[in-house]
Write a protein that binds this ligand. Sequence first.
Ligand code: NOJ
Length: 746
Amino acid sequence: MKKVLCYTLFLTVFTVLGCSQQSKNSNDVEKKINSLLSQMTLDEKIGQMNQLTDVGINDDVKAQIKNGSVGSFLNTMSPEQINEMQKIAVEESRLGIPLVFARDIIHGFKTIFPVPLGQAASFNPEVGYNGARVAAVEASSVGIRWTFTPMMDISRDARWGRIAESCGEDPVLTAKMVVAMIRGFQGENLADPTSIAACAKHFAGYGAAESGKDYNTTWIPEELLRDVYLVPFEAAAKAGCATFMCSFNDINGVPSSGNRHLNVDILRNEWGYDGVLVSDWGSAQQMIPHGFSEDLKQAAEQAANAGMDMDMMGFAYINHLKELVNEGVVSEKTIDSAVRNILRLKYRLGLFDKPYVEIKDSTVFYAKESLEKAKQAAVESAVLLKNENNVLPLANLKSVAVIGALADAPADQVGTWCFDAEPSHSVTPIAAITEAYGKDVKINYVQTLKYSRDKNKSDFPKALAAARNSDAVLYFVGEEAILSGEAKCLADISLQGAQSELLTELKKSGKPVVLVVMAGRPLTIEKEAKEADAILYAFHGGTMAGAALADLIFGKAVPSGKLPVTMPKMVGQIPIYYNHKNTGRPTGKGATLIDEIPVGAGQFSIGSTSYHLDAGSEPLYPFGYGLSYTTFEYSDVQLSDTVISLNGKITAKCTIKNTGKYDACEVVQFYMRDLVGELIRPVKELKDFQKILIKAGESREVEFTLTTDDLAYWHSDMKKRADKGKFYLWIAPSSDLGKAVEFKLK
Ligand code: NOJ
């Protein structure tokens, strides 16, 4: 007891001292910013607000840096060049303000982790943290101190190519993953040379693009915006994410770069954010084609007055801000506030003290521990969707056929947005399987299709022969990296090329076929899900994808991933997401499908409920779904109370038993439903989750707490509060399972 008290006292003193030290540091920084600002000319201030892309070093670039007309560069990748440019800024410009160098490092710099959607399937924030930390250490070694990651756009539409960069459809899962990524990038202290500033993007609503088409318009009522789309952004702001980025889209008619309500009312005034808000590439300029600005000058005015601090490759600020200030349309106070945010970032990064990058050798890349972490991330990102007759893990085999475009696609397995990846470092499935199991198992490898869109069937007979001559078939399908990511949207998200036909062909062998899907999005694989004996959905798993898959397939590792996004049966079901509304005419699982309708049936003979005649109301696989090689049994949920009073809380407990033969991790999910609301509430909402290891035959108790804050949502008067009445909660292995337990809010 005494020890506990002493420790608590120590923590309190430590925290108080820590806080007072922090506020002293930040007061000192604010003083430095004010002093610097007071010496700056209007031109120099506007220069800080200008971000340019790298074009090499020429006289023009040198002159721009020297006269302070640029504050940051993106895409300069040579540390020597970074130091040369920095030297001009620090030693030759009038005030010596350092530049900050930025780069998109979305899921790895050299050591590539799974695409963020895959990382989210791990339901393990540590995976996000590790990916970001490894990326920060590698990228900072060449002088990059700012990255435009993590993307936290909620997406309910697998047609949208950028779903690969997202953490899927759920705000709570996304918030937990991205906060961990921010910590990984920024480290304990942003001034550490291995820390890099993170960027919460794209603010906001970008993932709701109509028809899943990139850059498209969005219409998001404010209640939905706040309940769903803004949740991860608010968490990012609270976690100290150093920067935010405006999105390309408009929300309800107002492009984000000119959206004062988002950028000032919410971000600055409600959340008290003091970091940098940068535009997306040319997004201020793009307010002209949007039809929001008449010309670049008006775009500059609207963006500045809406709180956008830095103009990335838009040339609106550098060309027009001075004139706008002189005309009195943009106040110098507005400019000062933007420049303060930018200088604050540079101070926080320690650039005034240590502007240069220490040139290191490249041993920092692909470090053994980094590769191990990337492999573990890929293991945890794979979701086992089907495992008929426990085909997986493969055991006691003499031979296996390895087929498919993605079995050996080093550049594709790293996925989208990997500018700095070196595919020569990728461990592909065929390489990993051959190395680990080639001595004991005969591997009959026929790639057959050379890339995902390949329609050439000339090798089909060879593939079928290999399948016939083997005990089992491993068929690696999916998408090339170029088919997901920015502007890589699809209206048809089924398997490309002749991949599906090849599966039908391989089935003719009568051998069990394991389908391994490596893709940037959920694909519609209803037909394949029927044909394949087992499905491992691996997303684009990064550098170590092959090594991770070999371990999973042969049972050295056990799948534990769960879907971070609903998988539709067909594209026409989109948008489809688990946290939907019930409607006044909900449909259960037994909906009458198109082929069951009697010929000549009357208008109302099959009922009138909400579903698609050709798809029903269910997805192919729901959010949170994922199997294991073992089985888990959930006990009934015990509540601490069945009534929760205002400002109170209840706890829910449940015991989970591993009833199978493998030690394995389970993602235990905690859902809630508000049955009657002033505004209709979703049928389920994820409130929390825990990923726990349970040894074979053992049990573990999990406990979740629910406060009235968790019950609250945004009402039509734009206030967040909970409604009194009945609620359900679930502790479950997936969003479609579990027994509801009722409680009430008094
Ligand atoms: C456009 C993308 O939308 C954004 O995510 C990225 O960070 C910028 N370009 C910079 O490359």
